[in-house]
Design a protein around this ligand. Structure first.
Ligand code: FAD
Ligand code: DHB
Length: 390
């Protein structure tokens, strides 16, 4: 099998790249280890920056997003019995849209298949070869058989546990990393959201986040221990903990309902540099991870491939190598801005150490500063909605 750009992974990064290449008349094949139903149901991020929404719309895949996405102009911060709304749109002129990652994935798969694109599901890439030649290849397994995809370039969009990053020779990549001593227990509930905007809560018992997917479905998160056992969290315990951490404003209460799904997400910050080696280009979670507090993961993945799409277009269209050569450095500027913002939000909102009241007082002082300084609130808001140029 042969194509121009071989893409490993059908997450937001790989699918969007394949779609953008198609718009430029460049062929690609996407290899995905999981089945279509699995990737279309995988519950993950939910917040799209304005830049991501604009990118999806410009690429002609924003129709359902426009119809069903929930546009938000602010977020609420709750802490120490106080509450403050960050008026994001008033401060920045920009907004965010709540639209599940799996909906973005469904829209992109539909667009690729409608255009005759090739996505090979249940197809696991096992090895990348000849990345330092003009004809790199991806070895993969499909229906129990070993096969090979030859291409001009490989895009490694296969997430944190993928095979691509490991194909770079030892000594080339540098890893910067931080792990946090907690995880998020995330639930999806058949309960109408009690609010129209997201609530980020700093509480003595740990962080809580109130989000949503639709007028009928709530999405909620609780800070828990990294080795928490989900079996120890029956519905009533989850609701009780959410009530304690979120019902801190007089007269406000949660809407409860059956819990449809629950999962545990470890919290990690990671950057691997550079994002390119020879003819291998890495994008999204394959090279950088952020803790979800800043809602940046999916947005960064889309921003990476927007750059890659332009870079491949310049190479195939005009024989230019400049954008391919500058891809890693350009992408890393945004990556590090998001790393800082995600670390900052995480540090401000979670109980880092239950026995450190000094740390807690610093958090409350920071949150009060956001609530009283237009300059500081603007800094949070412009990072949250996404900076157009970094
Ligand atoms: P992915 O979406 O991970 O896509 C990679 C794809 O590659 C997957 O489909 C995988 O099956 C496939 N793959 C892997 N290895 C191979 C192989 N060898 N061969 C073929 N295919 C392969 N972000 C937030 O902002 N908020 C959240 O609440 C949030 N929750 C998350 C929960 C979890 C459990 C995880 C893992 C991430 C979460 N994120 C969240 C982060 C966000 O979802 C990611 O940043 C985003 O998915 C990155 O997209 P991607 O395309 O780079 O990678
Ligand atoms: C959601 C996830 C996030 O990580 C976040 O910061 C905000 C919202 C969500 O899944 O809705």
């Amino acid at each position: 099998m042969r194509t121009q750009v071989g893409i490993v992974g059908a997450g937001p990064a790989g699918l969007m790249l394949s779609h953008l290449l198609h718009l430029h008349g460049i062929e690609s094949v996407v290899l995905e280890g999981r089945g279509r139903a699995y990737v279309e149901r995988r519950l993950r991020a939910g917040v799209l920056e304005q830049g991501s929404v604009d990118l999806l719309r410009r690429a002609g895949v924003g129709e359902r997003l426009h119809r069903e996405g929930l546009r938000h102009e602010g977020i609420e911060l709750r802490f120490a019995g106080e509450s403050y709304r960050v008026p994001m749109t008033e401060l920045t002129g920009r907004s965010i849209t709540v639209y599940g990652q799996q909906e973005v994935v469904k829209d992109l798969i539909a667009a690729r298949l409608a255009a005759g694109g090739t996505i090979l599901f249940d197809t696991e890439a096992v090895r990348l070869d000849d990345l330092d030649s003009d004809t790199p290849s991806i070895h993969f397994r499909r229906d129990g058989r070993a096969e090979e995809l030859r291409c001009d370039f490989v895009a490694g969009c296969d997430g944190f546990h993928g095979v691509s990053r490991g194909a770079v020779p030892e000594g080339v990549l540098t890893t910067y990393e931080r792990t946090y001593p907690f995880a998020w227990l995330g639930v999806l509930a058949a309960a109408a959201p009690a609010v129209e905007e997201l609530i980020y809560a700093n509480h003595d018992r740990g962080f809580a986040l109130y989000s949503m997917r639709s007028p009928e479905i709530s999405r909620l998160y609780l800070q828990v221990a990294p080795d928490e056992d989900l079996a120890a969290w029956p519905d009533e315990r989850i609701w009780s903990e959410l009530r304690t951490r979120l019902e801190t404003v007089p007269g406000w209460s949660l809407n409860e309902g059956p819990i449809l799904e629950r999962s545990l997400t470890p919290m990690r910050s990671l950057v691997v540099e550079p994002m390119r080696w020879e003819r291998l280009f890495l994008a999204g979670d394959a090279v950088h991870i952020v803790p979800p507090t800043g809602a940046k993961g999916m947005n960064l993945a889309l921003a990476d491939v927007a750059l890659l799409g332009e870079a491949f277009a310049a190479w195939y269209g005009q024989g230019r190598t400049d954008l391919l050569d500058s891809y890693s450095a350009t992408a890393l500027r945004r990556v590090w801005r998001a790393q800082h913002f995600s670390w900052w939000m995480t540090s401000m909102l979670h109980r880092l150490d239950r026995d450190d009241p000094y740390e807690t007082n610093l958090q409350i002082a920071t949150l009060r500063y956001v609530a009283t300084s237009r300059a500081y609130a603007t800094s949070l808001a412009e990072n949250y909605v996404g900076l157009p140029e970094v």
